[in-house]
Design a protein around this ligand. Sequence first.
Ligand code: 8QM
Length: 397
Amino acid sequence: MAALTAPTLSLDPFADDFLDDPFPRHAQLRDAGAVVRLEHHAIFAMARFADVETALRDPVTYCSGRGVGITDFGTGADWPPQSIILEADPPDHTVARKVLTGAMTPRVVKGMREHFARVATAMVSPLVGRGRFDGVAELGEAYPLRVFPEVLGMPREGIRDLLPFGRFVFNAFGPRNENTERAAAAAVGVRERIMAMTARDVLSPDGLGARIHEVADEHDVDDAIRPLLVRAFFSAGVDTTINGIGSALLRLALAPDQWALLRADPGLARAAFEETIRLESPVQTFFRTTTRDVDVDGVRIPEGAKVLLFLGAANRDPRRWQEPDRFDITRRAAGHVGFGAGLHACVGQMLARLEGESVLRALAAAAEHVELDGEPVRHRNNTLRGLRSLPLRVSAV
Ligand code: 8QM
């Protein structure tokens, strides 16, 4: 009986006005129906938690191999570069996933804990001593750009390429609009240098990059795809955590009551980061492509359709969350889809949490108060939500 046509909206989810203030439009998308058609890009979209989660957990119907951006790799497109893991389906995905999870085991991540805490404390201390600092440049970016290359074992001279590379990757999931073109222009030469850093002989032998090559040996992985497995860490691990940490600092600066809770119990640092991922969803959207006609709430989505999944809208769906727009570090944020769900759920989520927790713990130990010292400036990206600058004022304990 599924014959209803999807409610059609004319909004462009990659336009400046949408990206700068997505939440009112998220509500509009959720309220319009379980599935809506966005005619501007000739795509379908889902924004309710239940439907986004169902799609994420049904990779047979909603595949990734045709790309998780707007480009359909099923029709011979070869731009932007396709991910070997994120944009693959079983069985190709299974092998890639095994190698990346094999390199980043819980034991490996646990082994980083003390070092991460020490680096966070050392980084936070002079900032708090100064009393004012930029939460993005001096902490949100500085911290991941310090610990992540170390963990990967990549050459120092490659660090400056990580930001433009990540910004390009995440913009390029969207259409070729101004954001994508700007990021592509800023990444000229960057992609080649990033690929050069995936080679076994430039990665330090004790890092995660070298581990990927070792695990790839164990699984007899083809030489041709190894660089792409290492590249996945370069693409996925930097801007994501940067925007997560920046957003957490903003949220805490805006909510003195939540800051007081964290000060009283630094054990809440991990929960505060988790709640930030729910509320701000650093990765706002991903596409899937349907592998068959599928009926959702009476609406037929045809085979081969691009479906935009609004992770950020699902994470604030009032059908799923109480007071969804409230930053509450004591709520049960677990179960959000900020790290995805199912087969493709973020491989690095434990590392991301450890970074977030380490920074928030260090700050809560060193600062009595944190508040805004000026207007935060948003960073615009087709997929990522985060900040370009965040002026903060802090008082030492
Ligand atoms: C996003 O290049 C890649 O393999 C890759 C790019 C982006 C991601 C993951 C992998 C999901 C974090």
